[in-house]
Every structure is written in C-alpha cells, then in structure tokens.
Design a protein around this ligand. Sequence first.
Ligand code: NI
Length: 174
Amino acid sequence: MSIREIITVPDEILKKISKPIEKIGVNEKKLIKDLFETMYNSKGIGLAAVQVGILKRVLVVDVSSKDEEKKPMCFINPTIRKVSDEMAVYEEGCLSIPETFIEIQRPKICEIEYIDIEGKIKIEEFDGLLSTCIQHEINHLDGKLIIDHLSKLKRDLIVKKILKIKKNPDRILV
Ligand code: NI
C-alpha cells in the first residue's frame, strides 16, 4: 500500500469523466487500498480515484467517527438510481480544494447501484452524511466539484486563493 498524491484545483484532470472499471484485477485492488490509505492519511471521509489522477469509476468512503470502529466502504461503477425529494444541507469540504467549505444542498436519501470489491452487483439506500458523501464522490467521477455550485466569480476567487497557498508554503525556522 502507498499514499498517493492528491490532485488539487485547478488541475484539469479533476474536470474529466472517469471510465467504468471492466474487471477488478490486481491493479484495481491496489488502487482501492491506496485510496483508503490516502483518504485516512488526509483525514477525509471520501476519495475518488480521479483525485489521485486515475480516471476510473471507483471511490472509497468511511464516515465513522474518531472513537468508532472504521467502516471502510468501496463503490465501483456507482450510479444513482433514485433520490428523495427531501433535501439535506451540509457544509462540504473537498481534499482537492484545500481550506474551502461550501454549504451544499443535496437529496437526503439516495439509492445507489454499484459493484463491490468482490465483483457483486449491489443496490442499497443511503441516508444522512453517508448519502451526501457518496453523492459528492460520484460527482467527482463526472468531473464535478463543489465549487461548480458557485458563480464563476466566486469560483475564480477560490482557485486564486488556492494557487496563492501553493506558491507560498509555510515559512519555518529550524
Ligand atoms: Ni471531494
């Protein structure tokens, strides 16, 4: 296993559409392990393959809290089958958009069809934080980011701010 580098905006790869996985081989299994390790290392609750530069439709999530047992979940080729009319609002961050949180409204409940790590097709319903997290990650597979919910002006400001952070690393004296 290894921790992979997380790609941040404005990298164009984040806007690309990921391709379905046709078979779960050695490379795919290694990718999934690396996604988990990279996500845990960054203290995120979700990560899509595109965020480490791999355009494959796979994502991992774990919304368990710190004092709970880990609940790693992996979704291969996920699609949203149904969503509730009822909406939920969370302030969302993204590992690809450092230091930015945006209030986003999404359907509260979603039904997802996906392939699990053993290659089995599953259909499951998700609610609350897990539902929001999966929808956020599926958006990544379609090249959509949380800043796309904002006006172009606000989006450009955020990207500018992030580029500035990248150019000015923390100054330390040792
Ligand atoms: Ni994200």
